[in-house]
Design a protein around this ligand. Sequence first.
Ligand code: BG6
Length: 502
Amino acid sequence: MSGSAIRPTPPVTLVIFGATGDLTRRLLIPAIVNLARGGLVGDDLHILGLGIEPGGTDMLLERLDTFLATLDGIVEDDAWKRLRQRISYISGDFSGDAIYEDVGRYLDKSPTGNAAFYFAVPPQFFGSIVEKLAEHKLTVEKPGAFRRIAIEKPFGTDLASAKALNARILARVSETQVFRLDHFLGKETVQNIMTARFANMMIESLWNSNYIDHVQVSAAEIVDVGTRGKFFDATGALRDMVPNHLFQLLAMVAMEPPNSFSAEAIRNEKSKLLQALRIYTPEEAAAHSVRGVYTGGTLEGKAIPAYLETKDVSPDSTTETYVALKLYADTWRWAGVPFYIRTGKAMKARDTEIVVTFRPVPFAQFRETDVNHNMPPNRLIIQVQPDEGLSMEISIKAPGLSVDTVPVSLDFRYGDRFDIGKMTGYESLLYDLFIGDQTLFQRADGIEAGWAAVQPFLDLWASGGKPDPYAPGSPGPASADALIAKDGRRWHELGTSGEKKG
Ligand code: BG6
């Protein structure tokens, strides 16, 4: 997310651990092809795929070709044809030494020695791969030759494990070499939050507890757990989505203005905000949270099994597929403003959005007149997906002789104004990894602050109780409505932003 003019990336070898996996073919390779199409990576980008699956470069290329053939127009694209010639594959055991020696030999032959090691592997390998790379001196940077590591989520499973993983990694490489990914930060609208706030006086000047009543951050999904039972049952909606994706959205919305557009200035402010999230006592955690689990039913016309009957899910599991939390950021700006966040599977709509509700006007002039004064509070809705955009809800006078105030929505959809093409969301993340811009990557202190804020909920739920049921295709459990209703507020209806009001 460079503040300066876009330039092609330097020569680099992208070394992918887990090259035969889903992430590589579905997201990484298509994103690199998109970058190549735009001239942002050149013929000096090489990819060295590593995997435990036996086979050579032809095996990997064949698999990539087969998958890419299912995507629109990539296999025939010149950019892919050229990139394909610069892909190699080495098979081996990530816990042995041979594969690291092979990687060393490969990098010794590369013109600059620049390398980015991408961990597209299950999290239990993260620490040991960094140690092996360091043992084989592959993480040593030399003047003019960078060595970076890119790590996918989940980064830890709680506060203690996240701290331990950070310590293990930072004992071998410096923070400037670590790029902890959160793919939400690759989404265009998420990056736009900073522009919306800091390039617009009329937004940022109202962005505080004097004018804002509350903020809602939602990431609702229609998909159920499906074939991901093993992963999901050990993880749950809270760990899967909150300390990472939802907190990244929250940090972008609520951080103080950074004093420059540098990665460190921005990450300082994000970390400060996450560190200000109130750490609840067990009683507060219970009062400010709801967990849910979907029952069996129909979803978009298809029958789906209850979560508890899903393959690889324990029948007496207490893992949540939905979570709603009420949080506070204890800062001068946000004193007393609740942040309601929620996420879940098998819900009514796919809808990731941030809804900022402003306070009511201070004085109701129309109260003793015949004027229809239907004046709901102003809202600013940042629609992250689908249909990325921004809406502002305001009250106006309906045309006619009488004065009727009606709420309307001013809507901006990215797709109406720009050709947003078919991006995977990984383009900007990979580009930034190659040019060394850490703005969109999480720093150790930010990760730990996120886990610290969710730890009371993890502890509470580990101590007993069960999630509340909700029907698939619904907006979540009734208890989540009650959580917000007791404050006299309600959730923004999922799947409705952008609709014309009034
Ligand atoms: C992943 C979670 O990190 O994000 C998934 O593990 C979730 O459970 C996904 O479905 C959501 O991402 P997106 O980009 O599809 O909203």
